[in-house]
Design a protein around this ligand. Structure first.
Ligand SMILES: Nc1ncnc2c1ncn2[C@@H]1O[C@H](COP(=O)(O)OP(=O)(O)O)[C@@H](O)[C@H]1O
Ligand SMILES: [Mg+2]
Length: 347
């Protein structure tokens, strides 16, 4: 860790951060405060401005407006100090496809100034920790997607950074590889590194992050702890399909009463979707969903399929903006989400 950290400065503090590409305001006035020692989640769809924001914070792109400080150091005026404190997967850590896993880590270790024995020891330690021992002597170009993500992260923490940017580290990975990356992120934070994680998945932000900012079209549209976010958008999402379409209106009323939440009639005439909160007892969504199922059965309504999951990014956006994540309409409409989540108003 660098000697520049210290004091009480947050890991990241931005105000009115802006980046413009031609007509596109990729980042359009972002204010963020990321406390040290935590995972901070930035949740947003494709094109929201996540990568552009991360690149400015990592000094790879120059802001067109506003301010950003990393542990109190300005990304423009003190770029060299900032660069010494941050690491960004897939950017600084340039993994060479033709080299093996161990060769890559040793080469980067030597470039960072470690002696050969120290570089070898650190490489071995990381390969072990990241479950890549068996792949250590294979060329990286023959790695699976999950292994590739893991070697990228390993390379970016050869020297323990104060702040690690993980830009969509699990997009496109299978569930098992996602879980491995999540374990790695937890291990990195346990060593004292602050992590800024961008993602398109609410469940990923929920698993890893303590606070979450939801961004859309370069703006923060909601910010808070994950508890606040869930109080606002619902802890769970129930999907069910009925045997008979004519029973849907009754099922809809019953669900709305039992769950005390809005119920949505889907385009499919037998399908219903409802958001479920954490319940008054704070026991989570599952007991409430179970109660709802039992009442449907008692009312003689046949349910063919049923699932309970976390709200998707689309549902988060519907709840926050009254439109799906990928729709391009203006965001000036006021929204009605409840809870203590701070909602930013569009300019
Ligand atoms: N180098 C660039 N030149 C022009 N437009 C860009 C460039 N980088 C990003 N953009 C645009 O800025 C917006 C935000 O992109 P990006 O930051 O990559 O979003 P995200 O990472 O959330 O998917 C998009 O509309 C994208 O097309
Ligand atoms: Mg991106």
């Amino acid at each position: 860790m660098s000697e520049h950290r210290g004091g009480n400065a947050p890991a990241i503090e931005t105000s009115g951060l802006v980046k413009v590409f031609g007509d596109t305001r990729a980042v359009d006035g972002i204010d963020l405060t990321v406390p040290t020692g935590t995972v901070y989640g930035v949740l947003g769809p494709n094109g929201a401005g996540k990568t552009t924001a991360v690149k400015m914070l990592a000094t790879l792109l120059r802001p067109d407006g506003g301010e950003a400080r990393i542990f109190g150091h300005d990304v423009r005026r003190e770029a060299a100090i900032v660069r010494g404190m941050v690491s960004l997967t897939g950017q600084y850590a340039s993994v060479d496809e033709d080299l093996t896993g161990v060769e890559n880590l040793m080469l980067l270790g030597r470039l960072l100034g470690h002696h050969k024995t120290a570089a070898r020891a650190r490489a071995a330690q990381l390969l072990e920790a990241f479950g890549l021992n068996d792949a250590a002597d294979r060329q990286v170009k023959n790695y699976s997607g999950g292994m590739r993500r893991r070697i990228d992260i390993a390379a970016s923490i050869l020297n323990t950074p104060d702040l690690l940017f993980l830009d969509e580290p699990t997009t496109g990975l299978d569930p098992r590889s996602r879980n491995q990356v999540w374990d790695i992120v937890r291990a990195v934070v346990a060593q004292g590194t602050t992590v800024l994680l961008t993602t398109q998945y609410l469940d990923e932000a929920d698993q890893l992050a303590s606070r979450i900012a939801v961004i859309d079209k370069g703006k923060v549209i909601a910010e808070g702890t994950k508890g606040e976010l869930k109080a606002s958008v619902g802890a769970g999402s129930v999907h069910l399909r009925l045997r008979n379409a004519h029973e849907r209106p009754e099922a809809e009323r019953l669900l709305a009463r039992v769950l005390d939440a809005p119920v949505q009639a889907d385009p499919d005439p037998v399908a219903l979707t409802a958001r479920v909160g954490d319940g008054d007892d704070g026991n989570g969504a599952a007991p409430q969903a179970a109660r709802a199922l039992a009442e449907l059965a008692a009312a003689g309504i046949t349910v063919d399929t049923f699932s309970l999951g976390q709200p998707s990014l689309d549902e988060v956006f519907l709840s926050l903006t009254d439109r799906p994540a990928d729709l391009t309409t203006d965001t000036t409409t006021d929204t009605t989400a409840t809870g203590t989540l701070t909602k930013e108003t569009a300019a």
